[in-house]
Design a protein around this ligand. Structure first.
Ligand code: PSV
Ligand code: MN
Length: 391
């Protein structure tokens, strides 16, 4: 357990922290009303990886990039992996996409048509081939499956179809590969989503086995949901595998992590620290899943990484011995004050020191702005087709 007085341990935990960035966060994105293209946006998976490597260069804690298939499909994934390594990053989670084909209007793995279910499951299996080629550990599954109207399809049959596809996919995993099952309350389905909440995901993961764990996307809950409770519960059950961090004000807004509710992010990270689950060796993949529709993408990802670091630093500063004592005594106000003291600490100087100790600039956003990378990509990435959400 880290003592508040042990700043060395806090610093080394912060230095060891790992945050994975999403390839699609560097691409053009928008709402269903409009996508505003930005100059310098990547046109290829390689250019997305180069941007991710740039984020790592300035933060030192983002050494992997998640891919989304087919958006990031290439002929030779071995070559893409080598390209990434040459730039100092690894390929992270492979995200599947069974939500954009015409065929999936009524669902993918839960579709009433067995032929469409076969096609969807084959895509999940293909993603494991890509993991084999890239060395990725994590297969991340999110299904848009659901129905818009009561009676549209049989809720229970759809669970059976889902379980069958998950089972086939799970059986194909190698020894060191894992399945991360994401949930989302609604959208695009408006009446009933087939994996709407952590409980449904957890139940499927339990049935599948130890290589299946839950992915918490922080934007995928009803307003007011106590996400740190979910974190605590899943950690206790050994079933928390990953986060998709982002912020939401209303629905699945995909804004920068820590922007909407830094206090919530702190409470989540406190449960992680409390569960001794921050160390990369524990195996949680702390990913970002964000879209930067109007702000510059690379500095927005850097800012998001820094926001996660700040929440983590505050969580590490909680005096856990004092907190436990106050809790045992039933000292409500003291216990709350201990938590709030940590939250209200300005950890920016501490993080600046951690960065300087690691040979990094203490201010990654300013360092990025000075680096000329933005001007370089805006000049170089002329012509071709910019990558976009769905491209
Ligand atoms: C779905 O809303 C989601 O959170 C899943 O993780 C998808 O793969 C991702 O967003 C796509 O942007
Ligand atoms: Mn997500």
């Amino acid at each position: 357990m880290i003592q508040v007085s042990d700043l060395t341990a806090v610093k080394s935990a912060l230095r060891a922290q790992r945050i994975e960035t999403p390839s699609w966060g560097y691409a053009n994105s928008g709402t269903r009303f409009k996508v505003f293209p930005q100059p310098g946006v990547p046109r290829t998976p390689e250019e997305k990886i180069a941007d991710a490597a740039t984020v790592h260069r300035f933060t030192g804690v983002a050494p992997s990039v998640a891919l989304h298939i087919p958006w990031d499909r290439v002929e030779d994934f071995g070559a893409l992996t080598r390209y990434a390594r040459d730039l100092g990053v690894e390929i992270g989670a492979i995200n599947t996409n069974v939500f954009q084909d015409e065929d999936y209007k009524l669902g993918s793995v839960t579709n009433p048509d067995p032929g469409i279910r076969r096609k969807a499951t084959d895509h999940l299996l293909e993603a494991i081939d890509i993991m084999d080629a890239t060395g990725s550990r994590d297969l991340k599954l999110w299904f848009s499956d659901g129905i818009n109207y009561p009676g549209q399809d049989d809720l229970r049959d759809r669970q059976d179809r889902l379980a069958e596809a998950l089972r086939e996919t799970y059986e194909r995993l190698g020894d060191d590969q894992r399945l991360l099952l994401e949930y989302k309350l609604f959208e695009p389905a408006f009446y009933a989503t087939d994996i709407p909440d952590w409980g449904t995901s957890y139940a499927h993961c339990l049935q599948l086995g130890e290589k299946a764990t839950v992915c918490i996307d922080t934007g995928h809950h009803a307003p007011g949901t106590n996400i740190e409770f979910i974190v605590a519960f899943l950690l206790r059950a050994g079933k928390l595998g990953a986060f998709d961090f982002n912020s939401r004000f209303y629905a699945d807004d995909d804004l920068m992590a820590g922007a909407a509710d830094p206090f919530q992010l702190f409470r989540i990270m406190y449960e992680i620290v409390r569960g001794d689950a921050l160390d990369p060796a524990y195996g949680i993949n702390f990913m970002l899943d964000q879209c930067h529709n109007i702000e510059r993408k690379i500095p927005a990802v850097i800012r998001s990484v820094m926001n996660v670091q700040e929440a983590t630093a505050k969580a590490l500063l909680v005096d856990r011995d004092a907190l436990r004592a106050a809790q045992r005594e039933g000292n409500v106000l003291e216990a709350n004050a201990i938590l709030m003291d940590a939250y209200n600490t300005d950890v920016r100087p501490l993080l600046a020191e951690v960065r300087e100790d690691a040979g990094l600039d203490p201010d990654p956003v300013a360092a990025y702005a000075r680096s000329g990378y933005q001007q370089q990509i805006e000049a170089e990435r002329a012509g071709g087709q910019q990558a976009g959400w769905g491209a």
